[in-house]
Design a binder for this molecule. Structure first.
Ligand code: GLY
Length: 345
């Protein structure tokens, strides 16, 4: 599985999932190629987007009759109520099971629009036009769609693979810097999954390589039975920090601190040497992301949250780097976890 250059310079990354295979196109201006990836037999398209995307002047033309449905801004739009509202609007417009949804925006829009597509008429086709760095290298690829409940994030959803994904690197120029930082934290993560050489790539190539790493991981474990957990590298601490309100960190910044913490833990359990810990600091610092636990973070509270992380299978589990790459490590002692938190404060 390798990325390929398309006719107009875009990078095409295949996601190989048998009959559910699709391509992710990465490059400046690829949103203007939407009509080439909307399946040919689709007559009408419901374009689902957020006001912030429209306000940034990001528009798309699927090349067939279409109607734009604009949701509220932000992650809080991911509710079952929003799914019902969208599906009712689709029905009132007369969208059929042969038609398609095109979701244009960041992860919240592709998760919501993807899930609405997964359940409307028991599943219609969906294409994602991803407009944030975080969305491009994470949320738009892999097929997990869904919404949040008051009881937790992404508790209701479906595996529903898109027909195609467009990652337009031109629109990243309009992205607020804090949104960009959020994506850079996920990008830093890929350096340790299979990302040797990422440093030497320009932005579109680097995004394409991250997508390729994600695509390979998803192809090996579409339904998240095991291998996909490597994508959670750095996330156990990040999720615990976020559960405490984030201490002013955005998702990618919390992941950045989580990567340094995971490296320190791996070193203290004899899995990696000091040079590899330094490599984590170099990569995270190279993206100008935080390396330390925020002041005021409550170590005891964080350790008790680790055992509730949804990826925990046997006591406190972390994804840790080691001689055979990133693997789940079970049964880490709370005292070690606490002491290592203090070491990165
Ligand atoms: N939609 C993100 C994933 O499947 O991982």
């Amino acid at each position: 599985m390798t990325a390929d250059a398309g006719l107009k310079g875009e990078i095409r990354v295949p996601v190989e999932l048998g009959e559910r295979s699709y391509e992710v196109w990465v490059g400046p201006g690829v949103r203007h190629r939407l009509s080439e990836v909307v399946p040919r037999d689709v007559a009408r398209v419901a374009v689902v987007t957020q006001a912030a995307v429209a306000d940034a002047g990001i528009t798309v033309d699927p090349g067939v009759e279409h109607k734009v449905f604009i949701t509220d801004n932000g992650e809080h739009v991911k509710t079952l109520g929003a799914v019902e509202e969208l599906c009712r609007e689709f029905a009132q417009w007369g969208l059929t099971r042969r038609d398609a949804v095109v979701a244009v925006g960041g992860g919240a829009v592709t998760d919501l629009g993807g899930f609405a597509a997964a359940v409307y008429h028991r599943g219609i086709r969906v294409v994602f036009v991803s407009t944030t760095l975080l969305g491009q290298i994470d949320a738009s690829v892999g097929g997990k769609t869904g919404v949040n409940l008051p009881e937790g994030k992404n508790l209701v959803g479906a595996f529903w693979q898109p027909a195609a994904v467009l990652c337009d690197t031109e629109v990243l120029e309009t992205l607020p810097s804090e949104e960009m930082r959020s994506g850079l934290g996920e990008m830093a993560k890929y350096h340790f999954i299979a990302g040797a050489g990422l440093d030497s790539l320009g932005l579109p190539e680097r995004i394409a390589r991250c997508v390729e790493i994600k695509a390979e991981t998803v192809a090996a474990d579409e339904r998240e039975a095991g291998r996909r957990a490597v994508l959670n590298y750095g996330h156990t601490l990040a999720h615990a920090l976020e559960a405490h309100g984030g201490y002013g960190l955005r998702h990618g910044e919390a992941v950045a601190v989580g990567l340094v913490y995971a490296a320190e833990l791996a070193h203290r359990t004899g899995r990696i040497d000091a040079g590899r810990v330094d490599e984590h600091r170099r990569v995270v610092g190279g993206y100008d992301l935080p390396l330390r636990l925020p002041a005021g973070a409550d170590a005891d509270a964080l350790v008790s949250l680790f055992s509730r992380d949804k990826k925990a299978v046997d006591g406190i589990t972390f994804m840790l780097d080691g001689p055979e790459g990133i693997q789940p490590v079970n049964g880490l002692a709370p005292a070690l976890l606490r002491e290592t938190l203090e070491a990165i404060r």
